[in-house]
Ligand binder design. Structure first.
Ligand code: AMP
Ligand code: MG
Length: 411
């Protein structure tokens, strides 16, 4: 049996995948996206000289020698909270009460913090000296107008959203989240949460794959379950193609008599079905559909195979479409705590519990490793990667491990 190495199939899947074209998204919709171009400030930050303390705007020379033994009393002529401008000018002998973030009044060249005063309203007594410039935030000291505040390739997190908002932007030019449509296939599938008749199963794969795609950063939708009927499948693919940047199917790609996905897509000639040297997840398919050449990945139906294949082939595609430079799960080397076996000639992705303790990173297999063992998958937080030439893993052996621990929630 001629099996294709995992890395070769990954290269096939990623070969024609590029970051999606730049789209201007409202700032909060851009969270988790990668910037498609540099963004510059529309105005300086701060955009005006302002006070960094609650206190009094003064002429520094007035209070240069103020001390506890030699306090200085000034007439308070105005009061400026943040968001307002003083209407008066500070001159020798006067002060304006000012709050943090309020514009520096004309004539003033220092702020005396309220803690160094008697906090007076009409007059203020100051018992600490000052110098020009003290407690003033100068316009442009953070960012100049036109300065690049974020560069293409940067990930939009909370603080990146903040700088764009502060510097005049309501939206960000990003690579948008790919729209991923998940189509599950199988006559045996029923909607999760509804009662089962004997012989039927809940369509857990489409739920899992949509969740996994979302956790990878995509906008994902469920289509299906679609019965093993060629016309129904073709109609569904046609319908979904227009709203997808990536199609993912589950089931129907092995050697069975009702493997509809393989039957329908093989005829088109744009999708290649192969056996990949991996366990779980041997039957795989990749190709493109429609005039736009929308990529499609056909994942095997067994739930664990489906999940592992998603991790190995689909997640990197999603990440690349999103413009991430690093499309991969973090990898760590971990000491295996239990013996494991692995098939000769195939890369095994073993479901394990990854832990960090006194002896560093360790992994422990979770339950049986069959491709239908969804309970074990649900208890795993990592995949140990056992190379094709390794057939036995002993306690103490070190394995490379894909850390899946951030798979729930956002990217
Ligand atoms: P298939 O590749 O279609 O022959 O499916 C292989 C195995 O995976 C069978 O036991 C199916 O019942 C199961 N399976 C297929 N699709 C799903 C799904 N959407 N959810 C859960 N199990 C599935
Ligand atoms: Mg099937």
């Amino acid at each position: 049996m001629n099996l294709r190495p995992v890395d070769e199939q990954r290269a096939v899947c990623l070969n024609n995948i590029h970051p999606l074209e730049r789209l201007e998204l409202p700032l909060l919709d851009a969270q988790g996206c990668v910037l498609a171009e540099d963004v510059s400030a529309l105005w300086p930050l701060p955009s005006f000289d302002n006070s960094s303390m609650d206190g009094y705007a003064v002429v520094a020379a007035d209070v240069a020698s103020a001390s506890v033994d030699n306090p200085v009393t000034l007439t308070v002529i105005d009061d400026v909270p943040a968001g307002y401008r003083a209407t008066e000018r500070v001159t020798m002998g006067t002060a304006i009460r000012i709050m943090t973030g309020a514009p520096l009044p004309d004539g003033a060249d220092a702020i005396v913090p309220v803690e160094s005063t008697d906090a007076g309203i009409d007059n203020v007594t100051i018992w600490q000296g000052s110098v020009a410039g003290r407690f003033i935030r100068r316009a442009g000291e953070d960012v100049h107008t036109g300065e690049v505040v974020l560069s293409a390739g940067q990930l939009m997190g909370a603080s990146q959203i903040a700088i764009l908002a502060a510097a005049g932007h309501g939206s960000a030019p990003v690579h948008p989240r790919p729209r991923v449509v998940v189509i599950s296939t199988g006559n045996e599938l029923v909607e999760p949460g509804t009662p089962l008749k004997h012989g039927l199963i809940a369509d857990s794969n489409s739920m899992m794959l949509v969740a996994a795609a979302r956790a990878s950063g995509a906008e994902a939708f469920r289509a299906g379950p679609v019965p093993d009927d060629e016309q129904r499948l073709m109609d569904t693919l046609d319908d979904q193609l227009v709203r997808a940047d990536l199609l993912v199917t589950s089931g129907g790609v092995s050697m069975g008599a009702y493997d509809t996905v393989k039957a329908v897509l093989s005829r088109l000639g744009t999708v290649e079905f192969v056996k990949v040297a991996m366990q779980p997840g041997m039957p795989q398919g990749y190709g493109t559909l429609g005039e736009q050449g929308i990529p499609i990945v056909t994942l095997p139906g067994n739930p664990v195979s489906s999940y592992v294949s998603f991790e190995v082939f689909v997640r990197p595609m999603i990440r690349r479409m999103m413009g991430y430079a690093d499309t991969e799960r973090p990898r760590v080397d971990a000491v295996c705590t239990e013996a494991m076996t692995s098939p000769e000639g195939k890369t095994q992705f073993a479901r394990v519990w990854l832990d960090y303790g006194e002896s560093g990173w360790t992994v422990t297999p979770v339950g049986a490793q069959g491709s239908h063992i969804l309970g074990g998958l649900a208890r795993a937080n990592a995949l140990a990667v056992i190379a094709p030439h390794i057939t036995h893993v002993s306690p103490g052996d070190v394995l490379p491990v894909m850390d899946l621990r951030n798979r729930i929630g956002a990217s």
